[in-house]
Design a protein around this ligand. Structure first.
Ligand SMILES: [Fe+2]
Length: 432
């Protein structure tokens, strides 16, 4: 409803209320006069002359007031009906606007998940990282008793976007197998600032841009980029810092194997000043004295409530298709399910990535330039014979299905692959 109509509705409501009060006064006066006038005259026989004229005047006035009362009552009921109809229209309009707003929010979040999932799927070491950080962070928020919808919404957006600035740092710096130089480290330290710079240009994401900027700050003030500490650091970046560190520690990196969950948890304890098990840490070569990187309350919340998701599936799936939209959509669906997804545009790229880092399953298109799905499957089986390979095609022919079966394909399916069918195949190929 336009704002001019809302203003008019308010003024009518005011008038209607005034009429209502007026009608009430009229009605009460009428009844009072009618009740008092008769007894006054007949019981006390007031002696002064002209009393009967006074009484006639009172009765006349009462009749007039009664007529006025009736008119005002009718006017008020008509106004009330008009207000009720306006309120109904306004309610409908608000509901439509709320629905549209929610739809837009959901679409924006889905788009962000698509984009982030796709960018991460290009990196053999970080597939699904932001999705898992978000799951860990929501568990921490639940444990800390955060129920405010706005805060939770900001947390989700900040989790998905926390490493956006990484796209501006050369990949060879991130994936360096050896020690980082001082120069490399200075470049890496810029990624929260780059992320904030991009996000702060979008009016709806200015607050989230600040959370992204601070996700590498530390409780002791030794973090970057602004060396914030303690209460100067908002809660959301503190939560992301813990979730991010846990996922990074429990994931493979080019320079080290993933830490077992109990080691990653001990490291969180050690780095928050909480009691930790020095024996476990020394076994894995960690320093035994504690640090103060993380807020101990946030770490305690995570350790107390994260159990259900510590065993989150991290099976690695490779999607190979020269159609990037297929790679993108499949990567998004599987990342959401907790899998680490890597994509490749052709068989040669896929084999390079598989040699660099093994995968648990391959889903490939049949018809691709240079190397088709059957040839790729043969090469994959030479590297990892037990890896299930699913072949997809837009042109389903029974002879191709037979050939796929003979050559050892796990499934031969028609594209586009529906999410339910995809989940069913993965569950069969990679039982928990
Ligand atoms: Fe980061």
């Amino acid at each position: 409803m336009p704002s001019s109509e809302i203003k008019e509705k308010d003024s009518i409501r005011l008038r209607s209320n005034t009429y209502f009060i007026l009608s009430l006064i009229c009605g009460v006066s009428f009844l009072l006069l009618l009740t008092l006038s008769g007894p006054l005259y007949f019981r006390y026989k007031i002696p002064y002359p002209g009393f009967s004229s006074f009484l006639s005047g009172v009765i006349l006035l009462s009749v007039n007031l009664a007529i006025l009362f009736g008119i005002v009552g009718v006017m008020q009921s008509r106004l009330q009906r008009k207000i009720a109809s306006w309120e109904e229209t306004l309610g409908k309009s608000i509901k439509i606007q709320e629905g549209e707003f929610k739809d837009r929010q959901a679409t924006l979040l889905q788009m962000i998940r698509f984009l982030v999932g796709f960018i991460e799927s290009k990196d053999p070491y970080r597939g699904g990282h932001s999705e898992r950080v978000c799951q860990y962070a929501l568990k921490i928020a639940e444990s800390l008793g955060i129920t405010n919808g706005r805060e939770l919404n900001d947390l989700v957006y900040a989790c998905y976007l926390h490493d956006l600035g990484r796209i501006f740092i050369p990949r060879h710096v991130w994936d360096k197998p050896g020690e980082l130089t001082q120069e490399d480290y200075q470049q890496i330290k810029q990624h929260p600032v780059f992320g904030e710079t991009v996000l702060s240009t979008l009016p709806g994401l200015v607050t989230i841009a600040q959370f992204v900027r601070h996700h590498h700050e530390r409780e002791d003030g030794l973090g970057y980029p602004d060396s914030l500490s303690g209460n100067a650091l908002p809660l959301i970046p503190k939560i992301i810092a813990v979730a991010n560190a846990y996922d990074a520690m429990s994931s493979l990196r080019p320079y080290r194997p993933p830490f077992p969950p109990e080691v990653a948890q001990e490291e969180l304890r050690r780095c928050s000043g909480l009691d930790f098990n020095a024996d476990i840490m020394s076994k894995y070569g960690f320093k035994s004295q504690s640090e103060r990187r993380f807020d101990p309350h946030v770490v305690t919340a995570f350790l107390g409530n994260g159990k259900k998701i510590w065993g989150i599936s991290k099976k690695k799936i490779m999607v190979v298709d020269d159609n990037y939209l297929t790679c993108w959509s499949l990567a998004t669906i599987m990342t959401r399910e907790g899998y680490e997804v890597t994509t490749a545009e052709n068989g040669i790229e896929a084999l390079e990535k598989i040699r660099e880092r093994s995968v648990d399953m391959v889903i490939t298109d049949l018809i691709m330039p240079e190397m088709d799905g059957f040839e790729l499957m043969e090469e994959v089986k030479k590297i990892s014979p037990a890896v299930p390979v699913v072949i997809m095609t837009c042109y389903y022919l029974p002879e191709n299905a037979r050939e796929a079966k003979q050559k050892g394909a796990f499934e031969f399916v028609e594209k586009p692959l529906k999410p339910e069918k995809l989940q069913e195949i993965i569950r069969k190929a990679l039982p928990a």
